[in-house]
Design a protein around this ligand. Structure first.
Ligand code: GLU
Length: 486
């Protein structure tokens, strides 16, 4: 098998393109085939080098490697022209000297007359120019487009996803293959390139289905073997409409910036329009390569659900080992502008924090946010957390936290000693441990949800923990004087 991904560098690598690349890559890796990367940069006005970089960067981030390329389509220009001219010589294409305005006028007239011959209008107009006159005008340098002479009949193929498909050739215009300025059109360039690269399987988005009969006709006219075609279902937003800017981020690098892991993104993309049929959802790359096949690609649109992506990412984060977790969290903090000089934690405490926050985070951006109360000074207290954790009984809470401080100040700073001293305090006061832990949690972190309280104490260390409790006591007492109770 020889497969390819052929993005146009007119924008960033988006979810749809990444999914197409991934499916081709999985097929190549599963079948021991080759995967070719071709950048379709013939649209000079819309192609940009920064988009090429973004596409290559996005693929590399996803871990999708290629065996050949990147090949640049624009480099094949001379061959595209040769192929188009071969079709002219073989009588499978014709010159069209008609200007845009003349064509529009003739088309309007045909539509008004209701003659229904619009699809063959160019052919009829070209037929009015005798062959010797056409040669003379071409030789004199008059610009012309080359149009493919669509043969009669029906074009059929067995699509790898959709099964049997067919198009009536009578409905296909004699499409342009070479423009008046000598540049090839998309269909001609793609066929010339895929034939040249001996591509055996063309797997792409289903927005290309209507191009496929034209391309099959070109392969046949050029005398080249026709590859197999498979068209992947379109990707829909959660509202069932085609995925677009309205639905928020679509560029793959936006998910990278949000702290999504490449393995999670690959797993998620693989399930956009495909399923292993076993109900499994968390699949490693190797597992995907082993299970992937086009037979299990769905025909209907696939819904892109960001919640599912972040759920899946959380599953991957929860499975990461300590070293990778630490490195990924440091990178996420650095992305937020928090360098190591602004991290008040030693290596062990940082590692403990990463391990404690891992299972609570669906992305590294979220983890970096959750890490804020530990790595630097505590900002304010979340008013809701303070209301619930402290202010139901201000006097009691201030007094309780002062007792907690005294107790902890005398305890050894390791998990067991911390736990037994706090549980003993709760027991002496005849309250559940939660009644001690929750106000303490707000004092230490400023929020009502955090990792286990002993983890929090160990991450912050003795000095910072005691200082925070002290500060909370003063804060609550000051609040008692200045804020009406309730
Ligand atoms: N360059 C085309 C696109 O980005 C893809 C061409 C193809 O896969 O045949 O839509």
């Amino acid at each position: 098998m020889r497969l390819r991904f052929a993005p146009s560098p007119t924008g960033y690598l988006h979810v749809g393109g990444a999914r197409t690349a991934l499916f081709n890559w999985l097929l190549a890796r599963a079948g021991g085939g080759d995967f070719v990367l071709r950048i379709e940069d013939t649209d000079r006005d819309r192609s940009r080098p920064e988009h090429v970089d973004a596409i290559l960067g996005g693929l590399s981030w996803l871990g999708i490697d290629w065996d050949e390329g990147p090949v640049f389509q624009a480099d094949g220009l001379a061959r595209h022209r040769r192929d188009a001219l071969r079709l002219l010589d073989a009588g499978r294409a014709y010159r069209d000297f008609t200007t845009r305005q003349d064509f529009a006028r003739a088309r309007d007239a045909a539509v008004a007359a209701g003659t229904g011959t619009v699809a063959r209008l160019s052919r009829e107009m070209a037929a009015q120019v005798p062959a010797d006159e056409s040669d003379r005008r071409a030789e004199a340098g008059e610009p012309f487009a080359l149009r493919f002479l669509v043969p009669p009949g029906t074009t059929r193929w067995r699509d790898l996803v959709h099964g049997r498909l067919s198009f009536e050739n009578a409905e296909i215009d004699d499409f342009v293959i070479l423009r008046g300025d000598g540049t090839p059109t998309y269909n001609l360039a793609v066929v010339s390139d895929d034939a040249h690269a001996s591509i055996t399987h063309v797997v792409r988005g289903d927005d290309h289905i209507s191009n496929t009969p034209k391309q099959i006709l070109l392969y046949e006219a050029l005398g080249r073997p026709v590859p197999a075609f498979g068209h992947l279902p379109m990707i829909l937003g959660p509202d069932g409409k085609r995925l677009s800017k309205r639905h928020g981020a679509r560029a793959v690098d936006a998910f990278e910036a949000q702290g999504v892991l490449p393995d999670a993104m690959v797993n998620f993309l693989a399930l956009l329009g495909w399923s292993p049929g076993t109900g499994e959802e968390i699949l490693s790359r190797a597992g995907l390569v082993e299970r992937f096949s086009l037979e299990r690609v769905l025909r209907k649109g696939a819904v892109f659900d960001p919640d599912k992506l972040f759920w899946m990412n959380g599953q991957y984060i929860a499975r990461m080992d300590g070293d990778r977790l630490v490195a990924a969290l440091r990178a996420a903090l650095a992305r937020d502008g928090v360098g190591s000089d602004r991290i008040a934690l030693g290596e062990d405490a940082f590692r403990r924090m990463a391990a404690a926050l891992g299972p609570r985070s669906r992305s590294f951006a979220e983890m970096a946010r959750l890490a804020r109360p530990y790595i630097g000074p505590l900002g304010g207290y979340d008013p809701k957390a303070a209301r619930k954790g402290w202010y139901r009984d201000r006097v009691g809470t201030a007094e309780l936290l002062a007792a907690v401080r005294d107790r902890l100040a005398g305890a050894g700073w390791e998990a067991e000693a911390l736990e037994s001293s706090l549980r003993a305090l709760a027991a002496e006061r005849g309250v559940g441990a939660g009644k001690v832990f929750q106000p303490l949690r707000v004092a230490l972190t400023g929020v009502s949800a955090s990792p286990g309280i002993f983890d929090v104490l160990l991450i912050l260390g003795r000095k910072r923990s005691l200082a925070r409790i002290e500060r909370a006591v003063s804060h609550i007492e000051a609040g008692e004087r200045s804020t009406p109770a309730g």
